[in-house]
Ligand binder design. Sequence first.
Ligand code: FAD
Length: 365
Amino acid sequence: PARIIHKTDVVVIGAGQAGLAAAYWLQRLGLPAGTGFVVLDANPGPGGAWQHRWPTLTLSTVNGVHDLPGLAFADIVDPGQTEAKAAEAVPQYFGTYEEKFDLPVLRPVRVKVVCPRGERFRVETDGPSFSARGIVNATGTWENPNIPDIPGADSFRGQTLHSRDYRGPEEFAGKRVAIIGAGISAVQHLTEISKVAETLWITRRPPVFRDSDFTPDAGRAAVAMVEDRVRQGLVPGSVVSVTGIPWTPALREVEARGVLNPRSMFDRITETGLLWADGTHEAVDVILWATGFRSALDHLAPLNLREQNGGIIMAGRLATQVAKEPRVHLAGYGPSASTVGANRAGRAVASELLATLGIMQSPAA
Ligand code: FAD
């Protein structure tokens, strides 16, 4: 028998902040759930990648989770609960959100590949297949941890892990732990692990600390920089990484303990530790890479969106639209890769895509 292929106008891939914000606006602009759009999400429950964040990441240690359109985070999760785990609070918020707006999220459904089929796209998943006229890709970065390729890495006999696998400091008690990275995750790992273990902090570039509260102007400048990159088709830097590390009371306490001494990047990994070009060797038990994530876009490979340098030339009001394939939007990519950016992108994504598909006359202002 022929396989059943579900026909719809738009498939949204991913139900994180970016996918839900786009779904909200698709619905608001008149697209019916089901025949108009569906949201496919690989995770077992609501929350996007937040459901996997390490248990020590709390509402007091995140930068801030921006509201989704139409329902405030604070209406669902008491902002006074500073010690609530982000991995529980955000899924609770997203779950309530999906229900309140009756969003057609199908899960767990993992998109394996999206193929061009003339006027349509074929979306193959580990479950049913879909045929759509437009795609909103909102798959985030969590599935694609970045670990630099360092000579000798395979020979290391200790433990190697990425932030993605970090579950808190306890397992490192009494060990010697190298933490690599210049971002907020690295500093949070250092803060926690240095209380129970000896730590080495290693960064490729000197970390940038920020004294003042993060101003809206500085935020806009950081986003504008990333937006400029993707409009030129360069690989985006992370918005969160260019905002700097805030001096919190917890960080001042770490500094006072003398563990906030970044060292330059090593050149080799040995069986027992790290080797620098000048011959310095440091024995370590654990190498923890806090070196960030990259966009998870492999399932879009048949669409040939990438330029030779690996980047994708982006267009549209908030740079979410793929220039050479305007029926595909990347939400949560580049300038929209933050909760505030992903939220803002939702409306532009929905209105521009519906205009491109001829479902709506012109993008909403
Ligand atoms: P995600 O939340 O990653 O959601 C993507 C969804 O797509 C997931 O549910 C995933 O299962 C699904 N998916 C992926 N691939 C497929 C597939 N092939 N088929 C089907 N589904 C798929 N930003 C802030 O603004 N403030 C913060 O405090 C902050 N803290 C952060 C802390 C950490 C540790 C990290 C890693 C990021 C942080 N960010 C923060 C960034 C922020 O989380 C994201 O930019 C934002 O949540 C946007 O999410 P998203 O919707 O793009 O992706």
